[in-house]
Design a protein around this ligand. Sequence first.
Ligand code: ZN
Ligand code: ZN
Length: 185
Amino acid sequence: MASVSSSPSDAYSEGLGGFLESLAASHGSLGHPQLCQRPCVHMAKRGSCSLGSACRFCHDTHSKAPLKMEKAQREIMQAMRKEDVRTLLIPHIQKRLQQLELTEKAASLLLLFGQELYSDVQHAFKDINQRDLSKLNRFLARLPLLALVKYFPSTSPTTVDAQLDLLRSELDQQRALMQGVVIQL
Ligand SMILES: [Zn+2]
Ligand SMILES: [Zn+2]
């Protein structure tokens, strides 16, 4: 009978280097907590991940499970015109960027999104129930930046992805700076 207790990918069998690597921040952690990817299940379960820094999921601590939109709300948003979805999302994205002090760094992203908005705001939300709209707004107000951007129907997703990468490195620089300050104290 073969033992299944230690697989070749087991972090502990790869020595200290492998062990440290298994605790490393991952590719998916970039921009944590506002722009990182979903939390890594291995990290959450075992406190380590054999993929180490190459893992595309987030290795940082997430206190809560990611917020999920209710089915009814999802259907309402899917039925909305793209212009309405954009008009709905833009204030939330702007607010989050302000909170993160990223407004300046996100200028190109906001410009890009601005081009995809209604030229005439009078037409926005014409056939949408006011209660549904408030409910959606309350939900969106709780989402991290990445989730908001993912809901935005953009006409140039590759440009958006490149802009997000810039914002991720900016957030990580901010974070490193903060940690530096804490260590010096
Ligand atoms: Zn994260
Ligand atoms: Zn992982």
